[in-house]
Design a protein around this ligand. Structure first.
Ligand code: PRP
Ligand code: URA
Length: 221
C-alpha cells in the first residue's frame, strides 16, 4: 500500500510496509498455507504489530546514568496499560502482547458478528480490570471488516469509564470502510494495522484478505 487517503488521517497508521511485512502477509493470504504455518507467521506479525503499537502510547521523561557514568535523559512508559481482546480471534494476539509486556492485565469482550452478511454483531460478555478507567487500553482483534465488532467493543469500554482517546485498536487486516466506520463513531481512538486491504465482498469478508482468521488460526474451518 503506497498511498491511500486514509494514510493521511492521523488516527490511522499502518505498520511500515517493508518487503518482510509483505512476505509474511503473503504467507497468510495464501489459501494453501497450512494451519501450523498460519499460526507461526501470524504470531510473528502480531509481535511486530505490538512493538509498533506501543510506540503510539504516551511516554514520560526518565533520567538515568549509564555504566560508563554518563547521565542520559531517556524515556519510560508514562501510563498504566491493559489489553482487551475481542473473543475469539482477538485472543490469538494475547501471547504477542505478553511477550512485550509480561505482566499486562488482559480483559475480554465476547462479540459475535452475524454470519448473514448484515454486518451486525451481538455482545455476550465483558470481563475487564476494575480500574480500567485509569488505563490506556490496547484493544485486540485481527480483523477490522465492517467495524461492527470494534464499535460494539469500544462502546463497552466507554461504558466502563475508559476515555476514548486512551484506546489503541490493533489489528492485522483492515479495510477503508471499517476504519471509517469506527473513526466516525469514535474519532479520538487510534488504529494501527498491519495491512489495509481493498474492501468487503457480499458476505462482508475482507478482499483480498486472509479468509476467516479465527477459523484458520484455531483450526475450525
Ligand atoms: C471476526 C473478527 C472480528 C470481526 C470483524 O470475528 O475477529 O471480531 O469478525 O468483522 P466486523 O468488522 O465486520 O465486525 P467473528 O465474529 O467472525 O468471530 P471469531 O472471532 O470467532 O472468528
Ligand atoms: N472476519 C474474518 O475473520 N475475516 C474477514 O474477512 C472478515 C471478518
Amino acid at each position: 500500500m503506497e498511498s491511500h487517503p486514509l494514510l493521511d488521517f492521523p488516527q490511522f497508521s499502518l505498520v511500515p510496509q517493508t518487503p518482510q511485512i509483505i512476505a509474511l502477509m503473503t504467507i497468510l493470504r495464501d489459501r494453501t498455507t497450512q494451519r501450523s504455518d498460519f499460526v507461526f507467521y501470524s504470531d510473528r506479525l502480531f509481535r511486530i504489530l505490538m512493538e509498533e503499537g506501543l510506540a503510539y502510547l504516551p511516554f514520560s521523561k526518565k533520567a538515568i546514568i549509564t555504566p560508563t557514568e554518563v547521565p542520559v535523559d531517556g524515556l519510560e512508559f508514562g501510563t498504566k496499560l491493559c489489553g482487551v481482546s475481542i473473543i475469539r480471534a482477538g485472543e490469538s494476539m494475547e501471547n504477542a502482547l505478553r511477550q512485550v509486556l509480561p505482566h499486562v492485565r488482559i480483559g475480554k469482550i465476547l462479540i459475535q458478528r452475524k454470519e448473514d452478511g448484515s454486518g451486525t454483531c451481538q455482545h455476550f460478555y465483558t470481563k475487564i480490570p476494575k480500574d480500567i478507567s485509569h488505563r490506556n487500553v490496547l484493544l485486540l482483534d485481527p480483523m477490522l471488516a465492517t467495524g461492527g465488532s470494534a464499535i460494539c467493543a469500544i462502546g463497552e469500554l466507554l461504558k466502563n469509564g475508559v476515555l476514548e482517546q486512551n484506546i489503541l485498536f490493533l489489528n492485522m487486516v483492515a479495510v477503508p470502510e471499517g476504519v471509517k466506520a469506527v473513526l466516525s463513531a469514535y474519532p479520538k481512538i487510534k488504529i494501527v494495522s498491519v495491512a489495509l486491504d481493498e474492501g468487503l465482498n457480499e458476505k462482508k469478508y475482507i478482499v483480498p484478505g486472509i479468509g476467516d482468521f479465527g477459523d484458520r488460526y484455531f483450526g475450525t474451518e
